[in-house]
Design a protein around this ligand. Structure first.
Ligand SMILES: [Zn+2]
Length: 300
């Protein structure tokens, strides 16, 4: 297997299959596996280890769901090319019997047959010998699935060594300057309007519906937020309602500073755009509420 073919196979792993619903299972499992190679660990990892690591990632970085099913990508990646191997495959298929629908193997069977998985031997060698390629693929997977404000956190969570090259500035400059202008260079939540000399500092253009989910670079899909509130918004700690109020997740805990920095804004309206510019469109607010925000909301 040559590096190009491996990259191609991983890039075409089927994701975003259900319209604009987030489905980061396979990319996150691949990222976990890539980090293992980068750390020089054994090629194959027991199902139960990957299951619990992937479940944590899905809970922390995936959309909120009733159940997460980390066993699906563990099994299904086999169908995305010839880079993913489960040596216990035949055993698992035999043990599965006719109890479940074709194409998947339930968690208990994977545990029962002591299944392992990892990159196949050739793919593993390509990645081991080519750390640059490994980081390039990992970065690609992140960029396809998550906004830039989350990249460092996810790399840290999967245990990716910090030797990777600095992630590029992915912010679209036109979108950013539009947001700065229509929101008058201050955070829509807290009003932060810091300047260093003449230059705005610590303010970012935020997409309500992520670009990864085909949210447009348009005023009706944007907010201007300080770095901190941008992070809280992308992580689903904060959301916005159809009535243009700020809402905060009940899952957020902390002390006095949490009150000062976030909770005090709950239930308040965020700063509107300058006259003549549209407010955020309903469809993008709904997407963020369903796919990003950590329900339930606090009520004050
Ligand atoms: Zn702010």
């Amino acid at each position: 297997m040559n590096p190009k073919s491996l990259t191609q196979q991983i890039k075409t792993v089927s994701i975003w299959k259900r319209g604009d619903k987030r489905a980061p299972h396979k990319p996150l499992l691949l990222l976990l596996a890539l980090a293992r190679v980068a750390r020089g660990e054994q090629r194959l990892t027991p199902f139960e280890v990957l299951y619990s690591e992937l479940e944590d990632l899905l809970i922390n970085f995936g959309p909120q769901r009733k159940s997460y099913h980390p066993e699906y990508p563990f099994w299904r990646l086999q169908n995305d090319g010839n880079f993913w191997e489960i040596p216990e495959r035949e055993k698992a298929i035999a043990a599965r019997g006719t109890r479940v629908r074709k194409g998947d193997v339930p968690k208990n069977v994977l545990v029962e047959v002591k299944a392992n998985a990892g990159f196949c031997l050739e793919a593993h060698q390509v990645l081991q010998q080519n750390q640059g390629l490994l980081f390039q693929i990992a970065t690609y997977l992140l960029e396809e699935q998550f906004p830039p404000s989350m990249h460092e956190d996810i790399f840290a969570a999967i245990g990716m060594p910090r030797a990777y090259k600095r992630l590029g500035d992915l912010i679209n400059n036109d979108f950013r300057s539009t947001m700065l202008r229509i929101y008058e260079r201050r955070c829509c939540v807290c009003g932060f309007d810091g300047k260093l000399g003449n230059a705005t500092v610590g303010l970012e253009a935020a997409h309500v519906k992520w670009r990864k989910a085909e949210g447009p670079d348009a005023p009706e899909n944007g907010l201007l937020l300080c770095n901190f509130h941008h992070k809280m918004f992308d992580r689903g700690v904060m959301g916005i309602t159809l009535g243009h109020q700020i809402t905060v997740s009940q899952h957020l805990h902390g002390g006095e500073r949490v009150k000062e920095l976030i909770l005090q804004f709950s239930g308040k309206r965020y700063h509107p755009p300058q006259n003549g510019f549209p407010r955020i469109a309903e469809e993008y607010i709904k997407w963020h509420s369903e796919e990003v925000f950590r329900f339930p909301a606090r009520h004050f």
